[in-house]
Ligand binder design. Sequence first.
Ligand code: FAD
Length: 390
Amino acid sequence: MKRAADVVIIGGGCMGASVAYHLTRRGVTDVVLLEREHLLGTGSTGRNAGGVRHQFSNAANIRLSIESIALFERFSDEVGQPIDFHQDGYLFLLSTDSSVDAFRRNVALQRSLGVDVEWLDAAAATALAPGLQADGVIGATFCRRDGIADPNGVTMGFAKAAQAAGATIERDTEVTGIRVIGDRVTGVDTSKGAIDAPIVVNAAGPYAKHVGRMAGVDVPVDPYRRHIFIARAPAPASTTTPWRVPASRIMVIDFETTFYFHREGAGLLFGMGDRNETSTFDTTVQWDFLPQVIEVAVKRLPALADASVSHAWAGLYEVTPDANPIIGAAAGVDGFFLINGFSGHGFQHSPAAGRVLADLIVGRDPKFDLTAFAHARFAAGTVAGERYFV
Ligand SMILES: Cc1cc2nc3c(=O)[nH]c(=O)nc-3n(C[C@H](O)[C@H](O)[C@H](O)COP(=O)(O)OP(=O)(O)OC[C@H]3O[C@@H](n4cnc5c(N)ncnc54)[C@H](O)[C@@H]3O)c2cc1C
């Protein structure tokens, strides 16, 4: 293993891979990416729903989406990897006056930034997603350029392109300590020995707080378990009527309950937040949560009553107090950079977030107002968070 590098990146999920890729594109190729697991992308990145959307409440997140989606659209040409990107749209269903008021303001913001978002009534929403039951829905929003993509393809695309440009990727290598002299980072200790480096990037996903502590830095990111369930279509012989689910891969989100679904092959992928969940690193599937999800789910998509759940998994959201990420220099330790806390929507922002951080590392102006993502915002108490937290 190399014993010195210009940049060490801790974590081989979509964030670490994106930073490595964008650094090499800026001519910084003496980069070592360290991943403690045997494979890249097996943390949160390997367990997510693949959703990609422009629809956020915070202008900085909308800007990350605009840039990231543009790269997803040309990913296979530019990065060299197919990512199975389907832009069948994201449909948000709203059932309370307060949500409608907030979404009206947010749609105005999204449109002011150039995003084409439609405001729909319940009938138009059900027309877009056959099989949907829209009782109580008093408004909906839809963006056609939103969609779903393959997180593994994105991560491997970035990682392979970075490697081809000279970056080194070390798997099965755990970072156990970060060396700091005075207020400067000087390198890392790993399960395979030390690496000297003037710049270290924390891309450790739900473990960001733990890695931050190694450098004496408080990174306010906590892990929360989220489940994904896969429903199999009923066998044709077991039902007399066709299975009423959308044929497209439209992502539908019931904003009040956070129940969401999209087509996954012949079946359906669905999930819902658990409002009673406390912070945990446990990713065991809680099968006793499934009945609560199904109770909500069948009201919106009755076809789920006829389906069997074939499998499920759980992963970790990496959540900050205001549901916005932290992108940039760590306050208090020179050379230590953070790309953490994407609060359930990080996969889709990995292209732009990695680009912005790479620019900061090489001293280029990222041309992006990072106020909402600054590490120092928590200490300063100035937070304008994200409301589209699903
Ligand atoms: C159920 C679920 C659904 C989701 N759905 C979506 C969605 O639809 N759209 C979306 O955009 N986002 C979604 N997300 C969020 C998204 O998955 C995350 O925001 C994103 O994957 C974070 O990427 P990351 O690279 O920061 O973290 P990770 O993918 O977790 O990568 C961090 C890596 O760091 C490694 N690591 C940690 N500590 C060390 C150490 N000490 N030494 C070496 N390596 C270390 C870990 O092994 C891991 O591989 C979802 C998440 C979950 C759990």
